[in-house]
Design a protein around this ligand. Structure first.
Ligand SMILES: CC(C)[C@H](C(=O)O)[C@@H](O)C(=O)O
Ligand code: SF4
Length: 474
C-alpha cells in the first residue's frame, strides 16, 4: 500500500461515494452549530419535512451574539431572535444545546474540544471558518456554508472536492516570550493570506510537537487566515492525555482502543505532500499586525512599513489603504503606537493557558489610564477554572474588566464593539476593516503582548517585561 499523509488517511476513511472526476461524498462525524449560521439550515429542514439525521452527532452552542456583561439581557433584537431561534430549533430537532445557563456554553471552538467532542481522525464541520481549530487534535475540521450545514443535518454527509496537501514545517526552536500566536502570525506575515488556498496544512517540526494542545489550537485556528481549507497536527501523547476522561471521549478499555487507532493516523514516514513550506522559528520574535489583513504584521522591534517598499503595485496599494484606515505613518516604531482598548479572548486565545499567560504579565501592574481592557474567557468552564485559580482577581486588581464567555470583541455582533477611530490590541484572529466595530482599528497580538500593551498604553516587547515587580509607569 502507498504511503499516506494524515489528511489522506482521514479522507479515505470517510469517502462513502466517489464518481470518477467528481467531488467525493464524505461522511461527517461531528457537526457543531451556532446561532449565526444555523437558522436557515433548520428552516430548510422544516420546509422540506426532514429531520436532523444524526442528532447525537450534532451539538449546538451560542457565542457570537452573547453579551459578556449580562448574558441573559440581550437587548439587540436581531441577536435576541438568533438566540431564541437556536433554542427553539434545538428543542424541535432534538439537538443537544449548550445554552446560556450551561457551564459548557462557550465559543464553539473552545467548548467542543473542552467537552472531548473533538477526536483525532474525525471529520468535523461547522458553519464557521475557524473550525480549523479542531485540527489541532489530528481531526479533519473545516468551515462550511449554511446550505451545507443543512445538507449535513439532513444526510450526515457532505460533497467535497479533495484538497491538496501542504506540510508547513516549523524549523528550529522558539525563544522565550515567543508564543504560538507569534508562530502563526509570523508565518502569515511571511507567506501571505492565500499561500495555502486549496490546501490542507499539516504543521510539523519540533516547535510544533513541543506546543501544548491549547497552543496547537491557536496555530490551527488561524490556518484559515492563510487561505487553507484546514490545518492539522499529528495526534500524540499530549493529545491523548488532554482527551482522557473528558465527557464525550470513550472511557476505560474503549479509550485505549481509540488511542491505538488514533496512533495509526499519523503521516507515514516517506509520504509526500503536494507542497512543503518551511518557517524558521529561531529568529522569530513577538509579532504585531499594523494593517487590515492578518498578513500585515511585523516584529515588535520593527517600524510601520513604507508602502513604497513593497514589491508589487497591488501590495503597495493595499498597504497604503491599510495605513490610511489604521491612521499610521510609515517609519513609526511599532512600540510607539498607542492604544485605546485591549481585548483578551476569542477562539484563538481565550483558553485557560492564554488567560494564565496574560495574568502573569498583568500581575502587580495597573492598566494605563488611557486604556480600557477586557478579558473574556472562551467558555463557561474556562471562566470557572480561571476564577478557581484567582486569575479574575489578578485582572480586576490590575484594572481589567472580567467578563462572561462569548465571542465578544472578536467581531462586532454583540455589545462589545470599538467606536470609530478607536485602536485595539486584540488576541483574536482577524483585523479587517470594521471587524471590531465600524471605523475600529485592530492590531493582532498574543495574550502576553496584549496584557503588556494594556499596562503601558502602547505596544511593548514582552520579552523585556518586568514580571511581577513594582508597577511600570507608562
Ligand atoms: C459568524 C461566522 C460565520 C464567522 C466565521 O465563519 O468565521 C465568525 O465566526 C468569524 O470569525 O468571522
Ligand atoms: S471567537 Fe471570533 S473567530 Fe472565533 S468563532 Fe467567535 S467570532 Fe469567529
Amino acid at each position: 500500500m502507498g504511503k499516506k499523509t494524515m489528511f489522506e488517511k482521514i479522507w479515505d476513511n470517510h469517502v462513502i461515494y466517489q464518481e470518477e472526476g467528481k467531488p467525493s461524498i464524505l461522511y461527517i462525524d461531528l457537526q457543531l452549530v451556532h446561532e449565526v449560521t444555523s437558522p436557515q439550515a433548520f428552516e430548510g429542514l422544516r420546509l422540506s419535512g426532514r429531520k436532523v439525521r444524526r442528532p447525537e452527532l450534532t451539538f449546538a452552542t451560542m457565542d457570537h451574539n452573547v453579551p459578556t456583561t449580562d448574558r441573559f439581557n440581550i437587548t439587540d433584537p436581531i441577536s435576541k431572535q438568533q438566540i431564541d431561534t437556536l433554542t427553539k430549533n434545538c428543542a424541535d430537532f432534538g439537538v443537544k444545546l449548550f445554552g446560556l445557563d450551561d457551564l459548557d456554553n462557550g465559543v464553539v471552538h473552545v467548548m467542543g474540544p473542552e467537552l472531548g467532542l473533538t477526536h483525532p481522525g474525525k471529520t468535523i464541520v461547522c458553519g464557521d471558518s475557524h473550525t480549523s481549530t479542531h485540527g489541532a487534535f489530528g481531526a479533519l475540521a473545516f468551515g462550511i456554508g449554511t446550505s451545507e450545514v443543512e445538507h449535513v443535518m439532513a444526510t450526515q454527509c457532505l460533497q467535497q472536492a479533495k484538497a491538496k496537501t501542504m506540510e508547513v514545517r516549523f524549523v528550529g526552536k522558539r525563544n522565550a516570550g515567543v508564543t504560538a500566536k507569534d508562530m502563526i502570525l509570523g508565518l502569515i506575515a511571511k507567506y501571505g493570506t492565500d499561500f495555502a488556498t486549496g490546501y490542507v496544512i499539516e504543521y510539523t517540526g519540533e516547535s510544533i510537537t513541543e506546543l501544548s494542545m491549547e497552543e496547537r489550537m491557536t496555530v490551527c485556528n488561524m490556518s484559515i487566515e492563510a487561505g487553507a481549507r484546514a490545518g492539522m497536527i499529528a495526534p500524540d501523547e499530549k493529545t491523548f492525555e488532554y482527551l482522557r476522561g473528558r465527557q464525550y471521549v470513550p472511557q476505560g478499555a474503549a479509550f485505549d482502543e481509540a488511542v491505538a487507532a488514533w496512533k495509526e493516523l499519523v503521516t507515514d514516514e516517506g509520504a509526500e505532500f503536494d507542497t512543503v513550506v518551511e518557517f524558521e522559528v529561531d529568529s522569530l520574535i513577538p509579532q504585531v499586525t499594523w494593517g487590515t489583513s492578518p498578513s500585515m504584521g511585523t516584529d515588535i522591534t520593527s517600524t510601520v512599513p513604507n508602502p513604497a517598499d513593497f514589491a508589487t503595485e497591488n501590495e503597495r496599494k493595499a498597504a497604503e489603504k491599510a495605513l490610511e484606515y489604521m491612521d499610521l505613518k510609515p517609519g513609526t516604531p511599532i512600540s510607539e503606537i498607542t492604544i485605546d482598548y485591549v481585548f483578551i479572548g476569542s477562539c484563538t486565545n481565550g483558553r485557560i493557558e492564554d488567560l494564565r499567560a496574560a495574568a502573569e504579565v498583568a500581575k502587580g501592574h495597573k492598566v494605563s489610564e488611557k486604556v480600557k481592557a477586557i478579558v473574556v474567557p472562551g467558555s463557561g468552564r474556562v471562566k470557572a477554572l480561571a476564577e478557581k485559580e484567582g486569575l479574575d482577581k489578578i485582572f480586576t486588581e490590575a484594572g481589567f474588566e472580567w467578563r462572561e464567555a462569548g465571542c465578544s470583541m472578536c467581531l462586532a455582533m454583540n455589545p462589545d464593539i470599538l467606536q470609530p477611530g478607536e485602536r485595539c490590541a486584540s488576541t483574536s484572529n482577524r483585523n479587517f476593516e470594521g471587524r471590531q466595530g465600524r471605523g475600529g482599528r485592530t492590531h493582532l497580538v498574543s495574550p502576553e503582548m496584549a496584557a503588556a500593551a494594556a499596562i503601558k498604553g502602547h505596544f511593548t516587547d514582552v520579552r523585556d517585561w518586568n514580571f511581577k515587580t513594582e508597577a511600570v509607569s507608562s
